[in-house]
Design a protein around this ligand. Structure first.
Ligand code: SF4
Length: 400
């Protein structure tokens, strides 16, 4: 046994691309993205949702462009979006062309349903002229048909079909000298998705967009996404992530951020350490933990707050946090930066944590904001993994 902490594998080197002013791949921080579920033709509703998604931590947002109405609304959506947008295209390459014409920042094409190489080339040519990156988005639910098999020949495994679909389209793009490529190979089944990403990661240098497709409702979908994305990130694979939940897309963003925070890859807002409580507990801890989480998350500052129920693990966790409580019967010790700074009554726990937390925030970040004034939450993004990364342009630079 060793005391060395578990170390993530070194990040796979990928060729950087841009979506608007957001760098994906290379040594950029892992980018958080999601997708709207409004009718894109309703520009007002779509822009409003994009703004909510950006506030919740989305750095890139994808919008579906399923028809001409949606494509026609894009100029208005693009004009008012606070973050770069990707047009999600299936079946009809003319919608990709229209999206490029509208000024979209990036495209997602599905090689499973735009199978005519001539049409793909038209899109690539237009994207090249505008400097737009393309994600080749393979999905296990819409793979190209299996070619005719010889008698007795078995169909290739699904992971191979996913990799082959990506390579087919990469070939077309590369033939045209186009390398502003991202890739995704999403599956609902986590082992399938992990295997497909591992394989493509060895074969090509392009940034990878990770996701478990149709992951499910917030409970099980969160776990499934965290396992699939987490395994790959721990192996150094992945440049941008999207968690797909059957829910308001705003709910996907805390999950994305918690995955990155769990691996110490990025930090956003407060991290709350809270004990699960057990038979030793002598205070009403769970409501306090929720209240503390709500308050510090609203402040948006990346500090760690421990809310612990007794002296078994309380002092240790509280000492390691920026601010902490180790509660006992009717009173508790408040820690700040590893030291006990006061002992307070149970009815003072919340206030004392807030006061000490505020001192840490003021010392580290300047003036703390009151909850409800946290308009700069989205700016409080610290890219731990890219502390040594080179300067990024635009928004990405401000966030690093
Ligand atoms: S910190 Fe104490 S109360 Fe909380 S779970 Fe651990 S032993 Fe139980």
């Amino acid at each position: 046994m060793t005391d060395e902490p578990f170390a993530l594998a070194p990040r796979r080197k990928s060729r950087p691309v841009y979506v608007g002013d957001v760098q994906v791949g290379g040594n950029a921080p892992i980018v958080v993205q999601t997708m709207t579920n409004t009718d894109t033709a309703d520009a007002k509703a779509t822009v409003e949702q994009i703004a909510r998604l950006a506030d919740a931590g989305a750095e890139v947002v994808r919008v579906a462009v399923p028809d001409k109405r949606a494509a026609e609304a894009l100029p208005n959506v693009i004009r008012d979006t606070p973050v770069p947008l990707i047009a999600d295209i299936h079946f009809d390459h003319r919608l990709a062309l229209a999206s490029i014409e509208a000024g979209i920042h990036g495209l997602r094409l599905n090689p499973g349903n735009i199978r005519d190489a001539t049409k793909v080339r038209q899109v690539v040519q237009a994207a090249k002229e505008r400097g737009i990156s393309i994600r080749i988005g393979v999905n296990e639910g819409s793979l190209p048909p299996i070619p005719a098999l010889a008698t007795g020949e078995l169909p290739p495994p699904k992971t191979q079909r996913m990799v082959d679909a990506a390579l087919w389209e990469i070939g077309i793009l590369e033939e045209m000298g186009f390398e502003d490529i991202k890739l995704s190979l999403k599956a609902f089944d986590v082992p399938t998705m992990v295997t497909a990403y591992r394989e493509i990661a060895k074969r090509v240098p392009y940034p990878l967009h990770l996701g478990v497709t149709e992951a499910g409702t917030p409970g099980s979908g969160t776990v499934r996404s965290a396992v699939g994305i987490g395994v790959l990130l721990s192996e150094g694979i992945g440049d941008t992530i999207r968690v797909s939940l059957a829910a308001d897309p705003v709910e996907e963003l805390p999950v994305c951020w918690d995955i990155l925070k769990s691996l110490n890859l990025r930090q956003r807002g407060a991290t709350i350490v809270a004990c699960p409580t057990c038979g030793r507990i002598e205070v009403d801890l769970i409501p306090l933990a929720n209240q503390v989480e709500e308050h510090f998350k609203a402040l948006g500052k990346p500090i760690t707050v421990a809310v612990m129920g007794c002296v078994v693990n309380g002092p240790g966790e509280s000492r390691d946090a920026d601010v902490g409580l180790a509660a006992g019967k009717g009173k508790g010790a408040i820690f700040r930066k590893g030291e006990v700074v006061r002992t307070v009554r149970e009815d003072e726990f919340f206030t004392a944590l807030l006061e000490e937390g505020r001192k840490v925030i003021v010392e580290r970040f300047g003036e703390a904001e009151a909850p409800g004034e946290a308009s700069t939450v989205g700016e409080e993004v610290i890219a731990l993994a890219s502390a040594t990364s080179r300067t990024l342009p635009g928004r990405a630079a401000r966030r690093t």
